[in-house]
Design a protein around this ligand. Structure first.
Ligand SMILES: Nc1ncnc2c1ncn2[C@@H]1O[C@H](COP(=O)(O)OP(=O)(O)OP(=O)(O)O)[C@@H](O)[C@H]1O
Ligand SMILES: [Mg+2]
Length: 275
């Protein structure tokens, strides 16, 4: 599943991390692909490169010859999990990937990530955290994903940008071969007390109707602290974190419920986050 958005800072990485936390808590073997050269998801999951070849950009370059499973880092979240043999791996992000972030990537290059993922067999879920653009890296995520998750804040620019992203996905689907069969929108950082945000949220419900997911994610006061500590929200103490964890459980269940299962041998249902 690819998690993306045209706009930066709306919560793509946060949603990726929340879904990864929910998947870990549910015992779903999961790979997070950090496609953003900024590598925020890798930081949040507590991993860093131990060898240059692990960087996702280098694996993309290797293409068919690449071996993603041999070049991932296990997240320390998994070792803190109460589950035995929990699997949460990360294909680590980095600046090398920017060579594939051109707007005019050839179809052959668009398939690089898909080729890598098709060779994996360890994971039941792949979450792809995209950079804040609709260039080559995000398009590679769409080429490899069954679902696109768009993250939007209930604000004018974010809602308008999400609408444009949905149109871009439709055009992409017409032009290129992709397993993408659903596009969902997650509303993030909702402040109930703001009249403007309540208005924008109702606008989002009208515009995106069944694409808009439930629940809406509220502004969460200790979110930055949890991410700064590289912790899974399910492993963080307190009532607020517990509620957020439940929201992500519901989002994940809803995403997996609509996801078309791929045969285990061909890899994983993948989702990319875009904003
Ligand atoms: N629901 C929330 N409540 C409070 N803070 C949030 C929430 N969602 C995201 N944030 C904070 O907003 C900031 C931006 O979030 P995040 O990095 O997830 O966005 P992004 O879309 O991945 O950004 P970029 O486009 O730079 O990759 C982070 O500091 C994050 O902790
Ligand atoms: Mg991000």
């Amino acid at each position: 599943m690819g998690i993306s958005s045209l706009k930066g800072g709306v919560g793509k990485t946060s949603v990726t991390l929340g879904l990864a936390s929910a998947a870990l808590s549910a015992g779903t073997p999961t790979l997070v692909v950090d496609l953003d050269p900024h590598a925020d998801a890798s930081t949040g999951l507590g991993v860093a490169l131990t060898h240059p070849q692990q960087e996702i950009g280098r694996q993309l370059k290797a293409g068919r010859r690449g071996d993603l499973e041999a070049n991932v880092q296990p997240s320390p979240w998994a070792s803190r999990s109460e589950r035995d043999a929990a699997v949460l791996d990360v294909a680590v992000g980095g600046s090398y990937g920017t060579v594939y972030d051109r707007p005019d990537l050839r179809p052959r290059d668009l398939r690089r990530l898909k080729q890598l993922l098709d060779k994996t067999s360890k994971y039941d879920l792949v979450l792809i955290d995209c950079p804040p653009s609709l260039n080559g890296l995000t398009r590679q995520a769409w080429t490899a994903s069954h679902q696109a998750v768009l993250v939007a804040e209930p604000s004018l620019f974010s809602v308008a940008g999400t609408e444009r992203t949905m149109r871009a996905i439709d055009m992409f689907k017409n032009e290129f071969t992709t397993p993408l069969n659903s596009t969902r929108v997650v509303a993030n950082r909702f402040r109930e007390s703001s009249t403007e945000q309540r208005f924008r949220l109702s606008e989002m419900r009208r515009m995106f109707s069944s694409h808009l997911m439930n629940p809406v994610l509220p502004e969460q006061p200790d979110w930055q602290q949890i991410q700064g500590a590289a912790y899974a929200v399910h492993q963080w103490p307190g009532e607020a974190a517990k509620q957020t964890a439940q929201h992500f459980d519901q989002l994940l269940a809803s995403l997996l419920g609509t996801q078309q299962k791929r045969p285990r041998t061909r890899g994983v249902p993948a989702a990319s986050t875009t904003a």
